[in-house]
Design a protein around this ligand. Structure first.
Ligand code: HEC
Length: 415
C-alpha cells in the first residue's frame, strides 16, 4: 500500500513538473525584428524579438533562453533574454565564439527553430569592414603606368629609332592592355554569406518570424520535426507546402490577416513590405511548373483571390470566394471555377457599387470567335448582381466589366 501511494505521489509530482513546462515554457510564437546577419566571431550582436502567447497576443513570457549550437564542433552557447517592459518585447546581446554555422532554438518546452547564423572569423571580417575605399584599384594603376610608358616609348622610338625604344613601346602596350583587361575586383562576398536569394530569405523569415510554429511546410519539415513536431492548437494554421496564391492576395493577407478574414487566428506579425515580398517568393516557389497545362500556360489567366466582399442586405454573406476583383476592390466577380463554353452559360455573381448598371464584354485572345454574350437582369438595387455569361467558343478570353465608373478586367481560360 505504502509503496503504491508513494509512487502515486511521485507520479503527481512528476505531472505537476510537466504541466508548467508545457504551459509556461510552451506555446508562444517569437517574431524576430531582424534575421541576424553579418555576425563576427567573438563580437556581440543583438537579437530582439516579440513573444506572442498562442501566437496572438504579445505577452511577457518570463526569461527566454536562446540556445546556439555550432554545426561542426557542437559547442553550445545559451543566453537568456529578459522582457523589456510589459508587452512581450525582448532584446539580448549574443556573442558566438567560433566562426562557422550556428543553429539555434528559442524558448523551452515547445521551442522555435530559428534560421542558422553564419559567423565569420574576425581576421576575415576586419579587413572587409575596415577596407579603405580610397585609391584606384591596382589594375587601373598598372594600365595607366603602361599607357605612360607607351607614350614615352613612342616618343623615344620616333626620336631615336632604336630597337630598345620599339621594344619598350610594345611592352608598354602589353602592360596597358593587361591592366585594362584585368577583371574588376569582385565585391567582397556579402557579409557571412547570409541567405540572400529572396526565396532563401523567405525561408529564414518563415522560421524567424514564427510562421513555423503554426504552419507546416516541406521546406522546413526536418527542423520542424525536431522541434514543433505534430503540435497543433486552435490557432495553428494549414500546411502551406502546396499553398499558392497571387502576390496581390498574399500582400493583403500577410500585412493584416484580419482585414481579409476578420475572425482569423493568424496574427499581424508587423512584417515590412520587403519581408512580405520575400515570404511570397518562398510560398510561391516552384509554383510556375504545373506540368499538364501547356495551352493554359500561353493564356495569362488572372489569379483569383480569397477575400471577403462587403456584405449585402439582399444576399447571404458571400464568403471568401475565390473572387476576381479589381485593384480598389469596388467590382467583384465570383470565380467558382469550371466556366465552360456550353450553351447553358455560366452563372456569375458580381458585387458592384450599389445600384450601378453592370456591363460585361469579352473577346477571345487566341483565335477568332464571336464576342462574349452577357445576360444581366435588372432590378438589383444593392451591390449584389447576378449574370449569365455565354462564351461562344473555348480558348483564352479577356473579359471587361464596367459598373458606374469602376472597371474590372480579367483573363480566363475556357476549356
Ligand atoms: C499563431 C499562428 C499563426 C502564425 C504565427 C502564422 N499563421 Fe498563417 N495562418 C494561421 C491560421 C490559423 C490560418 C488559417 C486562417 C483562416 O482561414 O482563418 C493561417 C493561414 C495562412 C495562410 C493561408 C491564407 C488563406 O487564404 O488560406 C497563409 C498563406 C499563411 N497563413 C501564411 C503565414 C506566414 C507566411 C506566416 C509567418 C509570417 C504565418 N502564416 C504565421 C495561423 C498562423
Amino acid at each position: 500500500m505504502r509503496t503504491s501511494r508513494f509512487s502515486l505521489l511521485i507520479a503527481l509530482v512528476g505531472l505537476a513538473a510537466l504541466v508548467p513546462a508545457v504551459f509556461a515554457g510552451g506555446w508562444a510564437v517569437a517574431t524576430l525584428d531582424e534575421i541576424p546577419a553579418g555576425v563576427t566571431a567573438g563580437q556581440p550582436f543583438t537579437v530582439s524579438f516579440t513573444m506572442r502567447q498562442h501566437g496572438v497576443q504579445p505577452a511577457n513570457w518570463g526569461t527566454v533562453p536562446l540556445t546556439f549550437t555550432h554545426t561542426e564542433s557542437r559547442q553550445t552557447v545559451v543566453v537568456t533574454a529578459e522582457a523589456e517592459g510589459g508587452s512581450g518585447y525582448y532584446t539580448v546581446a549574443v556573442t558566438l565564439p567560433e566562426a562557422g554555422t550556428w543553429e539555434w532554438l528559442l524558448g523551452e518546452g515547445l521551442v522555435q527553430p530559428m534560421p542558422s547564423v553564419r559567423v565569420q572569423a574576425p581576421a576575415l571580417a576586419a579587413p572587409a569592414s575596415a577596407a579603405p575605399p580610397a585609391g584606384p584599384p591596382l589594375a587601373l594603376l598598372v594600365a595607366l603606368a603602361g599607357l605612360v610608358s607607351l607614350g614615352l616609348g613612342l616618343v623615344a622610338a620616333l626620336r631615336t629609332r632604336r630597337p630598345w625604344a620599339a621594344a619598350l613601346t610594345v611592352g608598354a602596350a602589353l602592360v596597358a592592355a593587361l591592366g585594362f583587361a584585368w577583371p574588376p575586383a569582385a565585391p567582397a562576398a556579402s557579409s557571412g554569406g547570409e541567405a540572400s536569394a529572396p526565396a532563401d530569405l523567405g525561408q529564414a523569415l518563415f522560421l524567424g518570424k514564427g510562421c513555423v510554429m503554426c504552419h507546416a511546410h516541406t521546406a522546413v519539415s526536418q527542423v520542424r520535426r525536431r522541434t514543433v513536431g505534430d503540435f497543433s492548437s486552435f490557432s495553428t494554421g494549414p500546411d502551406l507546402s502546396s499553398f499558392r496564391a497571387s502576390a496581390e492576395y498574399l500582400r493583403l493577407w500577410l500585412a493584416d490577416p484580419a482585414s481579409v478574414k476578420p475572425e482569423t487566428q493568424m496574427p499581424d506579425l508587423g512584417l515590412t513590405a520587403a519581408e512580405i515580398e520575400a515570404l511570397i517568393r518562398f510560398l510561391n516557389a516552384g509554383a510556375s511548373a504545373p506540368a499538364s497545362t501547356a495551352p493554359a500556360a500561353a493564356c495569362p489567366v488572372t489569379p483569383a483571390v480569397r477575400a471577403i466582399p462587403p456584405d449585402d442586405p439582399n444576399a447571404d454573406p458571400f464568403g471568401d470566394g475565390p473572387w476576381l476583383v479589381n485593384a480598389d476592390r469596388s467590382l467583384w466577380a465570383q470565380w467558382a471555377g469550371g466556366w465552360t463554353a456550353s450553351a447553358n452559360g455560366n452563372k456569375v455573381i458580381w458585387i458592384r457599387p450599389a445600384g450601378t448598371s453592370l456591363q460585361v464584354a469579352g473577346r477571345r485572345l487566341d483565335g477568332e470567335a464571336p464576342p462574349l454574350r452577357a445576360e444581366i437582369p435588372g432590378g438589383y438595387g444593392t451591390g449584389f448582381q447576378v449574370s449569365g455569361l455565354y462564351f461562344p467558343a473555348s480558348g483564352c478570353w479577356s473579359v471587361t466589366a464596367t459598373a458606374g465608373d469602376t472597371q474590372l478586367e480579367f483573363v480566363v481560360a475556357i476549356p
